[in-house]
Design a protein around this ligand. Structure first.
Ligand code: LMR
Length: 396
């Protein structure tokens, strides 16, 4: 039965981990996957997470099945993070949230649900976008196309082209938007542009799907909700996938959520009932631990404040690595102006390095980056930044 199975290509992002792990050079650096490492090059265990975990393990909780949609305290914590506690949209019963297996799991159950609602819709992703968006929506049965987003000449958003494209789409088209810290470019829209995107979605009857994987990595939890709040205020229906992989440093625990914003409480009940069928036939119900830990942190004023401090610490360190890299490239006499790296938001920089240069970085220096030129600044530290700057200067 497997005789005709062909070898699949490596995943463009996670496949780099496999190659990196197999590399025996001690100077190797993994700037591929979007993971935050501390200055010691370790994935941190946040103190707020540790405290919540210790309390949870001491309580020796039973391990029964969760509800299909997951932990209610967690789901409510997710909503409060997105919209702010006490927001109208929550009070009106217009938001349903299901705990999901990371941001990817949230996108997947959202995609499967949308496929049942409107199998012939086209899904539009930004050009460029996170590598898995296209594959994921195609795997759910959709035709996937893109909308203009990044302008390499300005290193910013080509908003006029994006808006014109949105205004040309068929009603019912699904439009996947990066709520903040655009992956891979780090180029976000302005508040006013978000307002125009909301209006375009209203005018054309589009289905917005916001991917929120980096809340807190641009300016802060509340500050990074601009897009979510603009859609919330519009009265439109939309989807949000949340991920806490990065913000809680809980990558392997797969802690995410899908929120769907409906027109009314009555509609919410029907939508949740259908979403539960999608979840039940995918993985039945989500695992307990990660969601319980996040719920405990979000549910305690003290742990929540500690977590936001730790998140701010990650944000600040990434910014330091941005300016550090730019300065070090300059010191090495690199002619090209890399100051745009300082403006980009989130974990990534879309460096403009070509696929050949990226390959040279890997082959000659053991530095791994995505072939599109995306590097993860959160993997730089005070010990490897000089080596990385040296190597980039050489391949340039
Ligand atoms: C990334 O873009 O590197 C992260 O979101 C990890 C992943 O799942 O691809």
């Amino acid at each position: 039965i497997f005789a005709a199975v062909e070898m699949a290509p490596r995943d463009p992002i996670l496949g780099l981990n496999e190659a990196y792990n197999a590399d025996t050079r001690t100077t190797k650096v993994n700037l591929g996957v979007g993971v935050y490492y501390n200055d010691e090059g370790k994935i941190p265990l946040l103190a707020a997470v540790k405290a919540a975990e210790q309390a949870r393990l001491a309580a020796q909780p039973p391990r029964g099945y969760q509800a299909i949609e997951g932990n209610p305290a967690y789901n409510s914590g997710v909503q409060n993070l997105l919209f702010g506690a006490g927001s109208d949209i929550i009070a009106e019963g217009r938001v349903i949230t299901a705990q999901a297996l990371g941001g990817t799991g949230a996108l997947k159950i959202g995609a499967d649900f949308l496929q049942r609602l409107n199998p012939n819709a086209t899904v539009y992703i930004s050009n460029p976008s996170w590598e898995n968006h296209r594959a994921l929506f195609e795997a759910a049965g959709f035709k996937v196309e893109d909308y203009p987003y990044y302008d390499a000449s300005t290193r910013g958003v080509d908003f006029a082209s994006m808006r014109a494209k949105l205004l040309s789409l068929q009603p019912g088209s699904v439009i996947v938007l990066h709520a903040c810290c655009h992956n891979p470019t780090g180029a976000d829209m302005t508040d006013a542009q978000w307002g125009e995107v909301v209006e375009a979605c209203r005018e054309r009857g589009l289905v917005p799907f916001l991917d929120m994987a980096y809340q807190g990595f641009a300016d802060g939890i509340a500050e990074d909700s601009v897009a979510v709040n603009a859609f919330a205020a519009s009265g439109l229906q939309f989807f949000i996938s949340s991920s806490f992989s990065k913000s809680f440093s809980l990558y392997g625990e797969r802690v995410g959520a899908l929120s769907i914003i409906t027109a009314s409480k009555e509609e919410s009940g029907r939508v949740l009932s259908q979403l539960k069928r999608v979840i039940r036939t995918n993985y039945s119900n989500p695992p307990i631990h990660g969601g319980a830990v996040v719920a405990a942190v979000l549910g305690s004023a003290e742990l929540r404040a500690q977590w936001e401090d730790e998140l701010a610490g990650m944000r600040v360190r990434i910014r330091e690595m941005r300016s550090g890299l730019v300065a070090k490239l300059q010191e090495r006499g690199v002619a090209q102006d890399f100051s745009f790296v300082i403006q980009q938001r989130g974990m990534f920089s879309y460096t403009g390095l070509t696929a050949e240069q990226v390959e040279k970085l890997r082959a000659e220096y053991g530095i791994y980056a995505v072939s599109t030129g995306r590097i993860c600044l959160a993997a730089l530290n005070s010990k490897n930044i000089d080596y990385v700057a040296d190597s980039i200067a050489k391949v340039l």
